[in-house]
Design a protein around this ligand. Structure first.
Ligand SMILES: Nc1ncnc2c1ncn2[C@@H]1O[C@H](COP(=O)(O)OP(=O)(O)OP(=O)(O)O)[C@@H](O)[C@H]1O
Ligand SMILES: [Mg+2]
Length: 451
């Protein structure tokens, strides 16, 4: 049983919701004006509030804001005749749990109320994660305690104070750029610039001038003398990302620079010097590129004076939980969300997922889940929806994604959402009650599976 407050100025709606929800076993309070509603809200603790947006005295969206500020756990469902996107966005942004359009459909109301009660229950049972620590607030922190990451930290410690060239090799999203930045930030020249040059992002004809700069009039369109990335890096670090994509011709010029530490701007004759530290990165095996003749061997050896292989996430699964907590804290701060709890089972789902895009994909998934999460618990359902079906079917074997599996899953979810009310579940599923009963038997669905 839940304690529910309904605020609406239309007596017929108030009356019918009161009757409907009381019949479902809830304790219902009603208010015809915003002021009355707010007063009841302040004096009681409700599980759920159902509120019209257009009220005679106050605007429902403003009441919503006042209620959210009181930091009670109530889930607030807005109802309205407005169909516009803007009001919906404002309501959700201000913290509404759900938003239902008129004419009212009691099945939708019941679903939303049951979902709210379910989440409140999960919330009560779920312990909060550790509070944010100082380290997590630093955007350039590398999270990881696995043996492989500890090895990398040691290697970083060895190179950070020298200016030797470093080559970072690892799959996409494993943290190569982050490692490069942290090496720079721990060097004695950390106050000098850190400049990124993405070798794949610039058209081949402009690469040379982007890297070495150009003199005024060097080519059509060169209206002023411009510094290249090497010059911009000064005595700091130049991060050459996607180095494998550098065309052979430019590889030659870069090699020349690395050998002599001298260069000239395109169209210029003056010799310039630079002692910037070079960190290069690639997400393929650069030695293979050398074997295929698309990467200069001399340049390869120059760059890999110190080579760090960054392992994919699947080879350091013990780091995933730490990363998940770190990203929750980080994204909560960025988005202003307050998700501090994970429903039982969510961490396992995240650890067992194959993240082809590694840490970046994990971070993006958590961000997406937080955007869709209403409340402070990240639910299995939130994650489930996001995880790539293809990946999952690969992991679980195709058989688990048979039609029968999908049907069982769908029925189980519906029953769970409707708190095992079979009549309503059958209606929602569009099947008769006897059919639902036979399917529950056939698939051996038990109430305990849905909790
Ligand atoms: N160990 C880690 N701890 C915390 N954040 C991490 C870690 N590894 C990666 N990240 C984060 O994941 C995202 C991707 O990392 P990064 O851009 O460094 O990957 P990358 O290896 O350069 O990928 P790509 O090859 O696709 O350019 C960034 O937001 C980064 O901050
Ligand atoms: Mg990168």
């Amino acid at each position: 049983m839940a304690k529910i407050l309904v605020i609406d100025d239309e007596p017929s709606i108030l009356e019918s919701l009161n009757m409907f929800l009381t019949e479902k076993g809830h304790l219902v309070f009603t208010a015809e004006t915003g002021t009355m509603g707010l007063e009841l809200f302040s004096k009681n603790s409700f599980h759920v509030v159902i509120m019209d947006i257009r009220l005679p005295d106050l605007n429902g969206l403003d009441i919503l804001q006042t209620m959210i500020k009181k930091k009670k756990t109530s889930k607030i469902i807005m109802i309205t005749a407005f169909q516009d996107m803007e009001t919906t966005i404002v309501a959700i942004k201000r913290g509404a749990f759900d938003y239902i359009h008129k004419p009212l459909d009691v099945v939708k109301i019941e679903k939303a109320v049951n979902r709210a009660i379910n989440i409140l229950e999960i919330d009560r049972e779920t312990p909060a994660l550790e509070p944010v620590n100082e380290i997590s607030v630093n955007p350039w922190v590398i999270i990881g305690k696995s043996e492989k990451m500890r090895k990398i930290f040691k290697m970083m410690g060895l190179v950070c104070n020298s200016r030797v060239n470093v080559l970072l090799q690892g799959e996409t999203g494993t943290g190569k750029e982050l490692i490069a930045r942290v090496i720079h930030l721990n060097s004695s020249f950390k106050d000098e610039p850190f400049v990124v040059f993405d070798c794949s992002a610039v058209v081949a004809t402009l690469l040379e001038s982007e890297l070495f700069g150009h003199e005024k009039g060097a080519f059509t369109g060169a209206e002023t003398t411009t510094m290249g990335k090497i010059e911009q890096a000064g005595n700091g670090t130049l991060f050459l990302d996607e180095i494998a994509q550098l065309p052979l011709a430019i590889q030659g010029s870069l090699l020349g620079f690395l050998q002599r530490r001298e260069y000239t701007r395109v169209g210029g004759s003056r010799t310039l010097k630079s002692k910037c530290r070079i960190i290069a990165a690639c997400n393929c095996n650069l030695a293979d590129k050398v074997n295929k003749g698309v990467f200069k061997e001399d340049l390869y050896y120059r760059l890999k004076v110190f080579m760090i292989e960054v392992p994919p996430l699947r080879e350091r699964l013990s780091d995933t939980p730490l990363l998940v907590e770190h990203f929750l804290n980080k994204i909560n701060r960025e988005l202003g969300t307050m998700v501090t709890k994970l429903q039982d089972g969510v961490m396992e789902m995240l650890v067992n997922q194959t993240w082809k895009g590694n840490v970046r994909e994990l971070e993006n998934t958590i961000a997406q889940a937080l955007v869709g999460c209403r409340g402070n618990v990240l639910l299995k359902d939130d994650i489930h929806k996001l995880l790539n079906v293809k990946n999952r079917s690969q992991k679980m074997g195709l058989e688990s994604y048979s039609l029968a599996h999908v049907e069982k899953d769908h029925i189980t979810k519906t029953l769970s959402q409707l708190q095992w009310n079979k009549t309503n579940s059958a209606k929602l599923l569009g099947i008769s009650l006897p059919t639902l009963r036979s399917k529950i038997k056939k698939y051996k669905i038990h109430k305990s599976d849905t909790q």
